[in-house]
Design a protein around this ligand. Structure first.
Ligand code: UDX
Length: 436
């Protein structure tokens, strides 16, 4: 099949490369000339494990190309994806759809024979209807359908998520559109991936409901972890104890400094705005958002307490800046709240992140970016693990104590077993300091 992907951001690029790897011919389109030029030279705009090789292999096989001018590709396409950004609109929390609508206008100009236009960007319920109207208005005689095909990719594991998804959701209004989408995803039949066919608005809502539910699980376990601290229980064992119940499931029950990233904060907010607009408010998600915002800020108090009640004039080594491991993405990372919070209380910050240093430059004032974890810890009064990168899981704890001027380690991701840290002044989340 011939596929066009409008937008070479995270979702567009990963999806485009994976569809090409399925054997389709994919043209990725972007307005950013330097991005297209870099992609043509094999330089990835984001860090995602395995993406560079996947792009290179498919470009070489002639199945994947990049362009700023989509005219020819769209006129020959069977399927055109809209995978542009839908950032939070300034001021009101709604998803900003200007790029989605601009893409629809552009597609309308160039479509020729029947084609399916698919929104892959996370868009509020009803956006597909709007896209359909825009195209029908511009080209009243064009033959096309508009479908919704939300993505569920996790950064850092996106290629695997794409190729081995739990499900594929397709929302469409005609059998012709379902047939085209089924053909597109045919390679996944081999591993019997369920393809859920729904009405278009339902598919749009599934994406928001999934992210809001996962965010709820995280805020839930974070509040349970505070209660564990208060009553002297162990949150990891509580998570295990409830997660073994199949109705609950063990995933997304890791207590931490609060969720971040490009999806959960933006999508939970957009969902509550949609819910308000339709007169069906979602007080659970309103609370999840509040709990998460408070969560990030409360980490500052936790660190201050671990440092003996004050960080004034103290130097802290921050290990990890990105919102999670396996990515260079800093969007809504807890570090963006925690570091300025500590600085406001007089702390000096030395920081290291395995992939996020380039992104982090310019996002913080007056922090020293270091070459590695031990460099960051050199002479520092305490170390704080903010992101659970693998290299922080295997620190030489003897060397940590020798490198720091104290033995205080604050682990906001609970990555160390309690029996390994008995020689440290170790502080984690929702776990009593003595191993049980
Ligand atoms: C998420 C969804 O998982 C994905 O399906 C959707 O398409 C996009 O949003 P992503 O943002 O890449 O993916 O990261 P994810 O692994 O889901 O983590 C999100 C945030 O939650 C991170 O800040 C992470 O640290 C936090 N988290 C996750 C927890 O604090 N505890 C957990 O148990 C799981």
């Amino acid at each position: 099949m011939r596929v066009v992907m409008i937008g070479t951001g995270y979702v567009g690029l990963v999806s485009g490369a994976c569809f090409a790897d399925f054997g389709h011919h994919v043209t990725c389109v972007d307005k950013d000339a330097s991005k297209i030029e870099r992609l043509e030279n094999g330089i990835m705009p984001i860090y995602e494990p395995g993406l560079d090789t996947l792009v290179e292999t498919n470009v070489r096989a002639g199945r994947l190309d990049f362009t700023m001018d989509p005219k020819a590709a769209i006129s020959e396409a069977d399927i055109v994806f809209i995978a542009v950004g839908t950032p939070t609109r300034r001021g009101d929390g709604h998803a900003d759809l200007q790029y989605v609508y601009a893409a629809a206008e552009e597609i309308a100009e160039y479509i020729d024979d029947y084609c399916v236009i698919v929104t892959k960007s996370t868009v509020p319920v009803g956006t597909g209807d709007e896209v359909e109207k825009i195209i029908a208005k511009a080209r009243p005689r064009a033959s096309f359908d508009v479908a919704s095909n939300p993505e569920f990719l996790r950064e850092g594991a996106a290629i695997d998520d794409f190729k081995r998804p739990d499900r594929v959701v397709v929302g469409a209004q005609t059998e012709e559109a379902f047939a085209a989408m089924q053909e597109l995803y045919r390679p996944l039949y081999l591993n019997e991936t369920p393809l859920l066919k729904t009405e278009r608005r339902t598919a749009e809502l599934i994406k928001y409901a999934a992210n809001a539910f996962l965010a709820t699980k995280i805020s839930f376990i974070n509040e349970i972890s505070d209660l564990c601290d208060a009553v002297g229980a162990n949150v990891q064992q509580v998570a295990k104890g409830i997660g073994l119940d199949n109705r609950i499931g063990s995933k997304f029950l890791h207590a931490g400094p609060g969720y971040g990233g490009s999806c959960f904060p933006k999508d939970t907010l957009a969902l509550t705005k949609t819910a308000q607009d339709y007169g069906s408010p979602m007080s659970i998600i309103d609370t999840v958002i509040k709990v998460n915002d408070k969560r990030k800020a409360s980490m500052v108090d936790r660190i201050v307490k671990a440092c003996g009640g004050s960080v004034e004039g103290k130097t802290l080594a921050i290990l990890g800046l990105t919102f999670k491991p396996g990515t260079d993405d800093m969007r809504d990372a807890p570090s963006l709240v925690i570091i300025p919070g500590l600085q406001a209380l007089g702390a000096n910050i030395r920081a290291y992140d395995p992939e996020g240093m380039e992104e982090a430059k310019g996002m913080f004032k007056d922090i020293e970016l270091c070459d590695d974890a031990y460099h960051a810890m050199t002479g520092a009064d305490a170390a704080v693990i903010l992101t659970e990168w693998n290299e922080f899981r295997a620190l030489n704890l003897k060397r940590v104590v020798e490198t720091l001027s104290s033995n205080t380690l604050v682990d906001l991701r609970n990555i160390y077993p309690l029996d390994e840290v008995q020689n440290l002044d170790y502080h984690s989340i929702g776990r009593p300091n003595q191993p049980k």
